[in-house]
Design a protein around this ligand. Structure first.
Ligand code: MN3
Length: 199
């Protein structure tokens, strides 16, 4: 397969004031596009050329760093746009809430741990909710990695590369993560990925 850049599932100004039009113009139209273009160039004539995106990400991890970085970020960003929506945040669908309470104690605890995972990721990377061994875990990864290459299935990720928040929040990464949790997360999409991960 080759990689293509999908349109955003909302307009560039739909997430304001929590994520600006300018941020999405750079982040989606330029950064994500660069991962798509570089990934396609690096994928050509490799053993992974005809595989699915998830197979490319897992297969190239530890074997072809350049391809992994771009394919990994393509995978992460494809989901990132759908993990947000206008007027996001708020209440969680019941089945997901129950699973989070069972695995992490409470929804408030999950929010706190997720924000902390993003704050403590040194340098560029991602904060995650993932399903591992049937439980929901909070974790973080560097650069273009995701739980996918650590035997887990991502169900929610927040990009903590500076390109995701510096225009709107400057160096205040904790404020960005708090706004993401309170106002941007598309919990219906998270619940859908949770169901898929538990199959
Ligand atoms: Mn990014």
């Amino acid at each position: 397969m080759s990689f293509t850049l999908p349109d955003l599932p909302y307009s560039h100004d739909a997430l304001q004031p929590f994520m600006s039009r300018e941020t999405l113009e750079y982040h989606h139209d330029k950064h994500h596009l660069a991962y798509v273009n570089n990934g396609n160039n690096l994928l050509r004539d490799t053993e992974w050329e005809n595989q699915s995106l998830e197979e490319i990400v897992k297969g190239s991890f530890g074997k072809n760093q350049g391809l992994f970085n771009n394919a990994g970020q393509h995978y992460n960003h494809l989901h990132f746009w759908n993990w947000m929506k206008p007027n996001g945040g708020g209440a969680l669908p019941g089945a997901l809430e129950k699973a989070i309470v069972e695995s992490l104690g409470s929804v408030d605890q999950m929010r706190e741990d997720f924000i902390q995972a993003g704050v403590t990721q040194f340098g560029s990377g991602w904060a995650w909710l993932a399903v591992k061994d049937g439980k929901i875990i909070v974790t973080n990864t560097a650069n273009g990695e995701s739980p996918l290459v650590h035997d887990a299935k991502p169900i929610l990720g927040c990009d903590v590369w500076e390109h995701s928040y510096y225009i709107d929040y400057r160096n205040r990464r904790p404020d960005y993560l708090k706004a993401f949790m309170e106002h941007l997360v598309n919990w219906e999409h998270v619940a859908q990925m949770y169901e898929e991960a538990m199959k």
